[in-house]
Ligand binder design. Structure first.
Ligand code: NAD
Length: 288
């Protein structure tokens, strides 16, 4: 078994924080990438963000302008999902909502060829559930990257009940060929990393609710004193509060509302206010 070779076209759905990074990663590995987003112009913005990030590497002498041009040139914006006809692998990175993901996978099934693998970058939703109503649930798998996708090494490869072992292995090998460290995991709420990371956010938010200290103090304590690479509030701002709240809610519900996974009202209010973190310019901190 081996990963998808570089002649295989990769389709990425959702051009936000994760989708743009995944597109960059696949293009850096030599694949032609199709990037699609339901919001008009969002895929172009995602592609432009990739170019902008890479241009910084050129100014630091870490990449040549020609290499950046070639990489960005391999990412094409798809106007419609029907452009995904020839893809070997789709990585879905849209909103963390089961019904929306199911609808996209159902649509994909009618478009892609029989050999195509359909992967979701979901952080917490059951891969088994995403695949449930499909004709071929055996080709659905989780391919869970971490933020920022081009930099973070780990990829969780998630098998649902129906996922064919060969499909999971192919995605595992593809992730490794893209320079990642892949791990296999069963589809459980939050998988591995988001399960163990939930209490990191939840307890930090409880400390804030109890007015123990402000976010900057708590972040400084955990990074400088605790040795964490990023404090919980900085990290939640990076992830996006809409995404982080949705993941907390999904893990909480999936574990029969176990109190240790309870989402925070503080985070819900940030979502309600549209203060989604870095991507909206403001969260716990200001990025203006
Ligand atoms: P995001 O909000 O930054 O981007 C999502 C994009 O998907 C948006 O551009 C939106 O327009 C688009 N979209 C929404 N519905 C769509 C549809 N039906 N069809 C096509 N495009 C659609 O979100 P994100 O942070 O990139 O998260 C995407 C997925 O990745 C989620 O499942 C999330 O749980 C997962 N994830 C996020 C992180 C993180 O740190 N943000 C890390 C790992 C995994």
């Amino acid at each position: 078994m081996s990963g998808i070779d570089t002649t295989g076209q990769i389709g990425v759905i959702g051009a936000g924080t994760m989708g743009a990074g995944i597109a960059q990663l696949a293009a850096a590995a030599g694949h032609e990438v199709l990037l699609y987003d339901a919001v008009g112009g969002a895929a172009d913005t995602g592609r432009a963000r990739v170019a902008e990030g890479l241009e910084k590497l050129v100014s630091r002498g870490k990449m040549t302008a020609e290499a950046v041009e070639a990489l960005v040139g391999r990412i094409r914006v798809a106007a419609d999902l029907s452009d995904f006809r020839g893809v070997a692998l789709v990585v879905e990175a849209i909103v963390e909502k089961l019904e929306v993901k199911r609808a996209v996978f159902a649509e994909l099934e009618g478009i892609v060829g029989p050999e195509a693998i359909l992967a979701s970058n979901t952080s917490s939703i059951s891969v088994t559930s995403i695949a449930r109503d499909l004709e071929h649930p055996e080709r659905v798998v989780g391919m869970h990257f971490f933020n920022p996708a081009p930099i973070m090494k780990l990829v969780e490869v998630i098998s649902g009940v129906a996922t064919a072992p060969g499909v999971a292995q192919r995605v595992f090998d593809t992730a490794e060929a893209w320079g990642k460290v892949a791990v296999h995991a069963k589809s459980t709420p939050g998988f591995i990393v988001n399960r163990v990371a939930r209490p990191y956010y939840a307890e930090a938010l409880r400390l804030l609710e109890e007015q123990v200290a402000d976010p900057a103090t708590l972040d400084a304590l955990l990074t400088e004193g605790g040795g964490f690479r990023m404090g919980p509030f900085t990290l939640m701002d990076l992830i996006g509060h809409d995404v982080n709240y949705a993941v907390s809610q999904s893990v909480f519900d999936a574990y029969y509302q176990e109190p240790r996974f309870r989402p925070s009202q503080i985070q819900l209010e940030l979502v309600n206010a549209g203060r989604l973190g870095r991507k909206s310019g403001r969260g716990f901190y200001d990025y203006g």
